[in-house]
Design a protein around this ligand. Structure first.
Ligand SMILES: CC(C)(COP(=O)(O)OP(=O)(O)OC[C@H]1O[C@@H](n2cnc3c(N)ncnc32)[C@H](O)[C@@H]1OP(=O)(O)O)[C@@H](O)C(=O)NCCC(=O)NCCS
Length: 154
């Protein structure tokens, strides 16, 4: 873990320009467009986070997450850390924030079957592999469906 841990804040529409840049940096072959990112802020049940580190007294954004809560099910849509900022805990912090969205009973996601870092992160956070969707992605890659049941306090 970094000695300068990421701190989360809720993303707003004012972050769309940075989020579009970050999408391009983190998903070079399948980045969401400006319109897709902006639409996330209109989505009922949408949850958006930005992870920042503080450097020289200034917040520097390093990662982001988009989720969607519907009827107790939190769908992890996109979660990413800028390439130069990985393995310092931001991804885990973002994922934990999505999991802790009030009202979440179950968390689920699809991830490319060849995305070893993301599958390692999800597994470490208690997600289990429940299905494979063959040729789910436009390049023919399979998707793994993973889920985590949230234990709510009695
Ligand atoms: C997946 C991703 C979000 C992880 O972000 P990150 O900030 O590097 O993650 P963290 O530093 O919080 O890592 C948490 C744990 O996940 C696992 N993990 C993360 N990256 C890993 C890697 N490259 N190899 C193996 N395990 C990895 C480890 O268990 C790690 O804990 P550790 O560092 O103590 O060993 C990042 O690699 C990324 O942005 N990838 C591109 C976008 C993407 O594919 N997103 C997921 C699909 S939506």
């Amino acid at each position: 873990m970094s000695s300068n841990p990421a701190v989360l804040r809720e993303a707003t529409r004012a972050d769309v320009a940075w989020l579009v840049e970050a999408e391009l940096a983190c998903f070079p072959d399948e980045a969401w467009t400006r319109g897709m990112v902006a639409d996330e802020f209109e989505r009922p049940g949408g949850v958006q986070w930005i992870a920042e580190v503080h450097e020289g007294g200034q917040p520097v954004p390093v990662g982001f997450a988009f989720g969607w809560l519907v009827l107790g099910e939190l769908h992890v849509l996109h979660i990413a850390t800028l390439p130069a900022r990985r393995r310092a805990g931001a991804g885990r912090t973002l994922l934990q924030a999505l999991i802790q969205t009030p009202g979440t009973e179950l968390c689920w996601l699809e991830v490319r079957a060849d995305n070893t870092p993301a599958i390692a992160l999800y597994t470490r956070e208690g997600f289990e592999h429940i299905a494979v969707r063959k040729r789910y992605y436009s390049d023919g890659a399979d998707a793994v469906v993973m889920r985590k049941v949230i234990e709510l306090p009695a």
